[in-house]
Design a binder for this molecule. Structure first.
Ligand code: FE
Length: 174
């Protein structure tokens, strides 16, 4: 059911551009003056500006609430130990300890960084869902469902495109 719900929201026009550029570098740290892994200050940057900074695939998902094709994201099947940050602004979102194999086609977590994530009601596509956004830059991350595993029973169904992973022991570039 939830799998279907996720699949239904794929927008064909955006999917094409995302599919074409799946091998594209996910990082937006270059020429991005707003990127910081330590600054939690709320950003209020217009999409016109983000469009100049972000790659096309990141912009389509993060700023236009697109959805990457299931099973195509770089973090879908990925179990390295480390931290997940917002690819748009560098805000901390998830810890790998809360990631689980959901088999839904998107990276899934049972818990989010409460300081890093916020929620919005999403009534699009004839469904009532809860959208998860980055608390700092308001970028779209995915949706949250109540069919996750213990201990929370929550499933954060995220787009890999919106995330940036930094492994334990890796030196943060910023
Ligand atoms: Fe962000």
């Amino acid at each position: 059911m939830s799998l279907q719900m996720c699949s239904q929201v794929i927008q064909p026009d955006k999917t094409k551009s995302i599919q074409k550029s799946t091998s594209m570098e996910n990082s937006t740290t270059k020429n991005n003056p707003y990127y910081s892994r330590t600054d939690r200050t709320k950003l209020n940057v217009p999409n016109s500006e983000w469009k100049e900074i972000l790659s096309a695939d990141v912009y389509a998902v993060a700023r236009e609430a697109g959805t990457e094709r299931p099973g195509t994201g770089k973090y879908n099947v990925y179990d390295e130990k480390g931290e997940y940050y917002c690819v748009v602004c560098g805000n901390h979102l998830f810890r790998s300890d809360a990631k689980f194999a959901s088999s839904c086609g998107w990276p899934s977590f049972f818990e989010a960084d409460k300081e890093g994530t916020a929620y919005k009601r999403d009534s699009t596509y004839g469904m009532e869902r809860i959208e998860v956004v980055c608390k700092r830059c308001d970028s779209h991350l995915g949706h949250v469902f109540n069919d996750g595993p213990p201990p929370t029973g929550t499933r954060y169904c995220m787009n890999s495109v919106s995330l940036e992973f930094v492994g334990d022991g890796e030196t943060a570039s910023k």
